[in-house]
Design a protein around this ligand. Structure first.
Ligand code: ADE
Length: 417
């Protein structure tokens, strides 16, 4: 009842999962708390998530809380095969995920996760909910709802809701402050650079590094690239974000201008073909292209292939395309999420908060059975604040409290100058 690449990797995977858990104190606390009260007793959960050490600790927590969990991959290149093996052999959690699986197998694995007849879906990118609606709608009447981990998934779900196609309530975990302020910004900032550096081993200091898109992920990536001494350019389509990027100290310009001077161009937009033929035609020889957005559509890879006369792989995760005019462009990780395909995804300390939101959102769906509309819902503010408090406590950081006088002052309007 599983499909993973290599079961003999289970011991390695188990050690890495335990290592990650040390950086996940909020998840540890929830695991202990809910092992006693078991608020998810008998709840079938199918998770379509990146199969990483952090996801393993989320799945263990859901299981400790009583849930019957199965997992499938949310990206064909992000699965850590040792983790998949350990989940199956050491923690008895069925997994359908193999690093490098074809698109066909990817969708077979989603179907296997739906065969579990989930009462709750947990998505990263909305592929599970999308397949559920398109191919397995008979499961919908017995479902409590779903949760969604990422910006791209939330955008897809809002589009479904707008078309009145969404037939279950979904909690937008991504929109919790304890998720996107930390995971999207510091998580992507560190892990995307980690992927680029592991893949290329090229020095960033002194290089021109263009970040395409200044959402939370783009902000984190630009900040960390600057910290490495790169000259960072930001490109945007949104006036407010462009203004913010400029005042954060970056040069802002259209991508067609940035393309002529960049050594690295990284997409983090969530949109399609943002790096396209006209940009590739003017890029510098040797320019490195990578994507840190959810899907592999941000860089127009068929266009890159059409411009090329040959392709080689000088290093793992680096495809060097030679263009008709002799220039080379280097595409990392086949245009898939560079932080998960060429590195290990976001560090455990940020996934701790993201996945605490997932656990509490699942319990919220159980406690609010039948009360929620078929819409995209925010994480309740109390959940966000509880996670922030738990994380601060685990970090041994203490903060001040308002005095009665200050509380009264904030609630009054009579006092002025
Ligand atoms: N998304 C980004 N980083 C991740 C990680 N380490 N585990 C699961 N999902 C992720």
């Amino acid at each position: 009842m599983s499909d993973v690449n290599d079961r003999s990797l289970a011991n390695v995977g188990e050690k890495r999962i335990e290592w990650a858990l040390k950086e996940m104190p909020v998840i540890q606390g929830l695991m202990h708390r809910y092992a006693e009260s078991r608020p998810l007793q008998g709840v079938r959960i199918s998770g379509c998530l990146h199969i990483t050490t952090e996801t393993a600790n989320l799945a263990r927590t859901l299981k400790a809380a009583g849930a019957d969990v199965v997992l499938c991959a949310s990206n064909p290149l992000s699965t850590q095969d040792d983790v998949a093996a350990a989940l199956v052999d050491k923690y008895q959690i069925p997994v359908f995920a193999m690093r490098g699986e074809s698109n066909e197998v990817y969708y077979q694995h989603i179907q296997a996760a739906l065969d579990h007849q989930p009462m709750i879906t947990m998505d990263d990118g909305a592929d599970l909910v999308s397949e559920l609606h398109k191919t397995r709608s008979e499961l919908l009447p017995n479902m409590l709802g779903g949760t969604e981990e990422t910006t791209t998934g939330v955008i897809r779900l809002r589009a479904m809701a707008k078309d009145r196609a969404l037939k279950l309530p979904v909690i937008a975990v991504n929109d919790a402050m304890t998720k996107h302020f930390f995971d999207n910004r510091y998580g992507t900032g560190q892990s995307a650079l980690d992927g680029i550096i592991r893949a290329t081993n090229i020095l960033l200091a002194g290089k021109t590094f263009t970040v395409v898109g200044y959402g939370w992920c783009g902000r984190g990536l630009a900040m960390r690239a600057k910290g490495h001494g790169a000259h960072v350019i930001v490109t945007e389509v949104d006036a407010l974000r462009a203004l913010e990027a400029s005042m954060d100290g970056y040069r802002v310009m259209p991508l067609i201008e940035a393309a002529k001077q960049s050594d690295f161009i990284i997409s983090v937009t969530g949109d399609k073909h943002v790096i396209d033929t006209e940009h590739m035609q003017v890029m510098k020889d040797g320019c490195v292209l990578a994507n840190a957005g959810h899907f592999n559509v941000e860089i127009n890879i068929p266009a890159l292939q059409a411009l090329s006369v040959s392709q080689s792989r000088p290093r793992e995760h680096v495809d060097e395309y030679t263009l008709k005019d002799g220039r080379t462009l280097c595409l990392l990780a086949e245009g898939r999420l560079v932080n998960l395909a060429a590195a290990e995804g976001h560090p455990s300390a940020v996934m701790d908060m993201s996945f605490a939101n997932q656990v509490l959102a699942a319990i919220y769906l159980v406690n609010n059975k039948g009360k929620l509309d078929n819409a995209v819902h925010s994480v309740a503010a109390e959940i966000d604040h509880e996670i922030a408090r738990l994380k601060l406590a685990a970090m041994n950081i203490h903060i001040d409290q308002l005095t009665d006088e200050q509380q009264h002052y904030l609630a009054s309007w009579q006092e002025g100058t």
